[in-house]
Write a protein of this length. Structure first.
Length: 114
């Protein structure tokens, strides 16, 4: 069983930055990909960023150039650095870990507002 714990969500002004963290724990597990989804009110959940076990990254068009995903293998933790935040980035952000199945974090609220 794998548990994911997220942190880092907050209220931030437009143009500001936040860094989300997701820490994985549990019995030994393999990883094929790590990443983040988000869900805004009234909208479908969308994938924001992903990093594969080979280090290949992928981003939603809406966040390219502003968000960056990274990982610390020693800590079983990955991060989403979010810069130049916009009101449309407001959402609950969920981290995930994919191996033979998929595991989700509990979600963390990011609100971008002046």
């Amino acid at each position: 069983q794998v548990q994911l714990v997220e942190s880092g969500g907050d209220l931030v002004q437009p143009g500001g930055s936040l860094r989300l963290s997701c820490a994985a724990s549990g019995s030994s597990f393999s990883i094929s990909a790590l990443g983040w989804h988000r869900q805004a009110p009234g909208k479908q959940r969308e994938q924001v960023a992903l990093i594969t076990n080979a280090g290949i990254t992928n981003y939603a068009d809406s966040v390219k150039g502003r968000f960056a995903i990274s990982r610390d293998n020693a800590k079983n933790t990955w991060y989403l650095q979010m810069n130049d935040l916009k009101p449309e980035d407001t959402a609950v952000y969920y981290c995930f870990l994919r191996n033979t199945g998929i595991y989700w974090g509990q979600g963390t609220q990011v609100t971008v507002s002046s």
